[in-house]
Structure formats: structure tokens, C-alpha cells
Design a protein around this ligand. Structure first.
Ligand code: GLU
Length: 443
């Protein structure tokens, strides 16, 4: 059987790390089993969905190298949802309700004040046809609720294991609003059935939805036995709390602009919260070969920006030079330069400073001009290699008696404009005699 997965974002905002992780899991599962991966836009909420968000979601996925076999827009499939709704109305699963928002809020507060769970009391089921007609003729339109079966719903979750979910304290969900538009639940079920989805992989925040949707699926078809569910625990911050608003609101472009490499981000989000080590992978094939839902831990993974940065640094350090050139696009570094700087950067844009140090213009820092002028007098002439710096420093040491930081740091600050970075013995042959002299001469 062909594995078919889907990533189903609501285009009401940009992708963030949490939903990207879900997208990656779905893409990798189908990729590893030569299946089909569908990008489905859950855009039935016409007011909040936008074309711009659809475009940015697709652009983010493409940037990450994730492709999809099919693209579905729920807004194109309303007639299918309508048909399903008619079926559910006929079989009595969908019932009309006329409560206003205020009515519902009032009963919710009342139940809470009595210490009871705020579950809808199904009073609409007791309406007589005359009462319904009265509502209709006074201009009220019903919203439609799905009548849940208050029994345990069970499924074998591919991450959480055997689930027995008590649906007693869940209100009958509204599937259709007063204005006739569909909420998320029914379109999602209709699509999962009609698209032949085999695996629904989504966040743990959807566990209740799954219990409800299993009942809706059952009411519509016998397909339930073929759809497998997997719920990934949600990302948390370092202390185990919910991810900060800042991180959550950061779109993927933040990481892109920051200089995180797409495959580093994919690797990070794939291995985070699994029993596998977090390591860089350079293409989706290798990543999907290393991906297995069985390795996903039930504990919420902690997201830490500096861990992501370290992985990015490792990714760059170990990448073949041809890949670096490709990632650089128009910028062209030479391999000699790259080998010297790659251990000292966390992102590709970081390397740019070192490019300027070697081949461009920087601002030397000279705090001790007397010492620097002694060093300048001793600077070896001719062609430089990796031995040159050692020979030079030996002379300076003899002349000044300095050692350690006192000896090295002023030279580094004058030649590179920074207190840290790649070893000077490797940098100096790239910088060359003339540039070094002019930097040491700066007052
Ligand atoms: N549109 C839903 C969301 O973004 C999809 C959930 C699902 O995968 O079914 O949360």
C-alpha cells in the first residue's frame, strides 16, 4: 500500500518552527517509503486565510528543499464537504443548534461556577420542530453540531502508543457555522478519507481532535482502520515551558536571514526529541533514511537557539566545499580561505568578515602603538607561508620579552580588527605583506 501523508497548514500566518517540524515529519515518512506527500491548505476560514500566507508557506518549504506531490486547497472542495454534511444530517449525526454566542457563554460560566466541566448540554436536541421554525422565521440560522458517542475512543498512536481517550467531557463539536461555512473538523476528515491519507502526523495539541475525528470518520465511512495517527509532542523552551511568543512568532525567514542553512534546520528539527543524536545531514534522502517515528520520544523536546547554531556550525565545518559554493550563490570564496575560516564561524554570513580581513578593508585596533611599531620593524618580507607568523613572533618575543596574551593579542587586534578568530599563522599568508604593513601602520 502506498503511504500517503499530508501537511495541512491553515494559511492564516507564516510557518513557525512547530509546524515546520510537523511538515518535515510528514515529508520524511512518505519520502522514506516512496510514498506521496500532499500539501493541503486548510483555507476554509476565508476571512483569516490569505494568498500571501499560502505563498510564504510554499516558499519556506521550498527553501528547505521539501517538495510535495500534490497541492490541495480546501476552498476548492466545499461541495464535497457539503455532501458529507448532508449525509451526516440524514443519519442524525449533525443537529441544528440556535444558541447565540451569548447563550453559550452564559451556560459555560454557569457550569464552571458549579464546578462542572463546560460541556454543551445538547439542549438543541430537545427542540420541537415548531420551536425550530420559530427560530428560523425570526431570522436565526443554525450552527450544526456533531453528536459524539460518549464512549472511549481508542487508537494505536505511532508515537504515544495505545490510546483510550474519554470523550465524555468534550462538547459536541460545531462542524458548520451559522453562515454555512465549515470549521476545520469535517473538511479535514473528508479530505483524509478521499485523498487516501494513510498516516496523519500532527502535533499533540490535536489529540482531542483525533478522538473526535475518529468518530466523524466512522460516521462517514469504514476507512478508520486504515488511517494511522501519530502525535508529536510540542516544542518547549529550555525550562520545559511553552515556546516563547518571540520564538513562536518568528517565521522561518528569521532563521534564513540569520544564516541558518536549510538542511541544518531540517536536520535539527528531525532529530530533536528523538533517540538519535542531532547531527547534520546534507540531503533529504539521507535524512529520511535516518528518520523513524519509532525513535520520537514522548517527552516534549526543548528548543534552544544556541543548539541550532552549534549544529549549523558543524554543518558548515563538515560540508564539502562544492556545497558551500552552491550555498554562497553570487559570493565566491576560494577553498584555501574556506579551510582557514570554517572552524571559526557559526553561519555563512560570519565568514564574510574574515573575507574582508583577508582580502578587503577592516578597521585595525591598535591600543599599544609602541609595541606595534616594534612588531612592524620585525615583520618578515617576501612570500609568506604558515611558518612566517611563528618566526615573526619569535623575533618580537626576543626583542620585547613579552609572552602569552600580551604578545599575541595586540597583533591580532591590529591585523584582524578582532580579538578572536582563526589562527593568525593561517590567516597571515592570505592577508599578505602589504595589507599587514598598512594595518600595523595605522595610528
Ligand atoms: N490546519 C490544521 C492546523 O494547522 C491541521 C491539523 C491537521 O494536521 O489535521 O493545525
Amino acid at each position: 500500500m502506498t503511504v500517503i501523508t499530508r501537511f495541512a497548514p491553515s494559511p492564516t500566518g507564516n510557518l513557525h518552527l512547530g509546524n515546520l517540524r510537523i511538515a518535515i515529519a510528514n515529508a520524511l515518512l512518505s519520502h522514506s517509503l516512496e510514498g506521496i506527500f500532499i500539501l493541503r491548505y486548510d483555507d476554509t476560514d476565508i476571512l483569516r486565510s490569505s494568498f500571501e500566507y499560502k505563498r510564504s508557506i510554499a516558499a519556506d518549504l521550498r527553501w528547505l528543499g521539501i517538495s510535495w506531490n500534490q497541492e490541495i486547497y480546501q476552498s476548492d472542495r466545499i461541495s464535497m464537504y457539503q455532501e458529507a454534511a448532508d449525509l451526516l444530517k440524514e443519519s442524525g449525526y449533525l443537529y441544528p443548534c440556535y444558541e447565540t454566542k451569548e447563550d453559550l457563554e452564559f451556560s459555560r460560566k454557569k457550569l464552571l461556577s458549579q464546578g462542572k466541566p463546560p460541556v454543551y448540554d445538547r439542549s438543541a436536541l430537545n427542540l420541537s420542530s415548531t420551536q425550530r421554525l420559530e427560530f428560523e422565521s425570526s431570522g436565526r440560522r443554525p450552527h450544526w453540531r456533531f453528536k459524539l458517542d460518549h464512549s472511549l475512543v481508542s487508537w494505536t498512536d505511532l508515537i504515544r502508543g495505545e490510546q483510550k481517550y474519554s470523550i465524555n467531557n468534550v462538547s459536541d463539536p460545531i462542524l458548520i457555522r451559522e453562515d454555512g461555512t465549515f470549521l476545520y473538523t469535517l473538511p479535514s476528515v473528508v479530505d483524509d478519507i478521499s485523498l487516501g491519507i494513510t498516516h496523519v502526523i500532527r502535533g499533540e495539541d490535536h489529540v482531542t481532535n483525533t478522538a473526535v475525528q475518529i468518530q466523524v470518520i466512522r460516521a462517514l465511512s469504514e476507512k478508520i482502520n486504515t488511517i494511522k495517527f501519530a502525535h508529536l509532542p510540542l516544542l518547549t523552551d529550555d525550562s520545559g515551558g511553552p515556546l516563547s511568543k518571540r520564538i513562536n512568532s518568528l517565521g522561518i525567514s528569521y532563521f534564513q536571514d540569520f544564516g541558518i542553512e536549510p538542511m541544518a534546520l531540517c536536520s535539527f528539527l528531525t532529530f530533536l526529541g528523538t533517540s538519535s543524536d542531532i547531527k547534520p545531514m546534507y540531503d533529504l534522502n539521507s535524512l529520511s533514511d535516518n528518520f523513524n517515528l519509532k525513535n520520537v520520544s514522548r517527552n516534549p523536546p526543548k528548543f534552544n537557539e544556541s543548539d541550532l547554531l552549534s549544529l549549523n556550525a558543524k554543518y558548515l565545518r563538515d560540508a564539502p566545499f562544492s556545497m558551500i559554493l552552491e550555498a554562497l550563490g553570487d559570493v565566491k570564496y576560494n577553498e584555501e580561505f574556506w579551510i582557514v575560516v570554517r572552524d571559526n564561524i557559526e553561519t555563512l554570513p560570519d565568514a564574510h568578515y574574515w573575507w574582508e580581513v583577508c582580502y578587503g578593508i577592516i578597521k585595525p585596533i591598535i591600543n599599544d602603538s609602541e609595541y606595534i611599531s616594534v612588531a612592524l620593524d620585525l615583520l618578515p618580507k617576501g612570500d609568506w607561508d604558515v611558518e612566517t607568523f611563528g618566526l615573526w613572533v619569535k623575533q618580537i618575543k626576543l626583542k620585547t620579552g613579552r609572552k602569552g596574551k600580551e604578545l599575541f593579542q595586540p597583533l591580532r587586534l591590529a591585523i584582524t580588527g578582532r580579538g578572536d578568530g582563526p589562527e593568525l599563522k593561517f590567516l597571515m599568508p592570505l592577508i599578505g605583506y602589504d595589507k599587514t604593513v598598512s594595518r600595523l601602520r595605522k595610528k
